[in-house]
Design a protein around this ligand. Structure first.
Ligand code: KG4
Ligand code: ZN
Length: 330
């Protein structure tokens, strides 16, 4: 059994997990900063870094206690190297390097987006080749994967990420942070009756969300002036527009690549309309649909330890000169 200790600190969650053989979770501890950032209406990088420093030692201790292992029983130490907020990533990377040094165990740097995709393996085996739709606060991407370590970028956002469109729309509607969660809740009470523009991108597999986000802001301001704004209907409209585009591009990608599975990943994968429609509409395309369980949509370290397993098997290790890479591309 190969046991990997994973660390995640790329944004507003401080997390440590212990995962065996890339899928068996022994501990998965997450300390969320959401309550603090909600006071500011979004993640404040400097505040986030300080909170990671406060939390990391305690979260590490809890994970080891929960798993019932000692540090010396780990086979490797893994950490999110990027992408993410520079100051936040540094805390996790520094902690991982220290642990690797004192235990003499290999160090593995993990790409955050890849970890979101591999998170699905915590629940069910992944079958390759697969197509992954990654949707989070910073990313909207379609990735074709031949194996856990070989992948090809098919398309991505040209402007805002899907999560960002959710978050900004929530803000203009006066709904609390994190916006995606608020829109999801509100949309359940509304009807998507407000028209939002259809999106055109130069490349068919790219995404664009800034147009619908701006149209949404204008629409809300106009309805507010008229005194006719129905917040639930606005939430349902923006959610539908975002999900429509995500599904349309994924369907187009499925026409271009032959895959065994289509996999959803990232923070926005928690969205109830996206989950329902992803399952129904993409199953109609004749591939197996894989949805991540809710606990691994939010940033966590189990996905980091899981993704590190394949690099561990390939002997792809980092040394103590490893640095956080805030714009680490796939
Ligand atoms: O993956 P994640 O935790 O952080 C990044 O790596 O970016 O994703 C966070 C994003 C936020 O934009 C948040 O609003 C969105 O995921 N999100 C949701 C839902 N839950 C979280 N968006 C839509 N519906 C949800 N239920
Ligand atoms: Zn994430």
């Amino acid at each position: 059994m190969i046991k990997i200790l994973g660390i995640e600190s790329s944004c507003d969650e401080t997390a440590v997990a212990i995962v065996a053989d890339g899928h068996q979770i022994f501990a998965n501890v997450v300390s969320s900063q959401i309550d603090t950032h909600a006071l500011f209406g979004g993640v404040v990088p400097e505040v986030a870094s300080r909170l990671h420093v406060q939390a990391i030692g305690i979260v590490l201790k809890q994970a080891l206690l929960k798993a019932g292992f000692s540090l010396s029983e780990m086979d490797a130490i893994a950490v999110t190297q990027g992408p993410g907020l520079a100051g936040c990533l540094h805390i996790g990377v520094q902690a991982a390097k220290t642990l690797s040094w004192i235990t003499g165990k290999p160090l593995v740097g993990v790409q955050h987006i890849l970890a979101h995709i591999i998170a699905n393996r915590l629940e069910q085996p992944l079958q390759f080749p697969l197509l992954a739709l990654v949707v989070s606060g910073g990313h909207s991407e379609l990735i074709y994967m031949e194996s856990p370590l070989t992948y090809r970028y098919l398309g991505g956002t040209q402007d805002d990420a899907a999560g960002e469109a959710f978050d900004k729309s929530a803000r203009v509607l006066g709904l609390p942070y994190p916006g995606g969660v608020s829109i999801d809740k509100k949309a359940k009470q509304g009807t998507p009756r407000y028209p939002l523009p259809k999106v055109h991108t130069e490349k068919p597999l790219d995404f664009s969300f800034s147009g619908i986000k701006t149209a949404m802001i204008n629409l809300v301001n106009q309805k507010k002036q008229q005194g006719t704004l129905v917040i639930a209907d606005a939430a349902a409209s923006i959610q539908k527009a975002i999900v429509d585009q995500l599904l349309e591009k994924t369907r187009t990608a499925l026409e271009q690549v032959a895959v065994k599975q289509v996999v959803l990943a990232g923070g926005v994968a928690a969205n109830s309309e996206l989950r329902e429609r992803f399952a129904v509409e993409l199953a109609a395309a004749g591939v197996e649909v894989v949805l991540p369980p809710l606990y691994c949509c939010t940033d966590n370290a189990a996905m980091v330890a899981a993704a590190a397993y394949d690099k561990y098997l390939a002997g792809d290790f980092a040394d103590l000169s490893m640095a956080a890479d805030p714009s680490y591309e796939l």
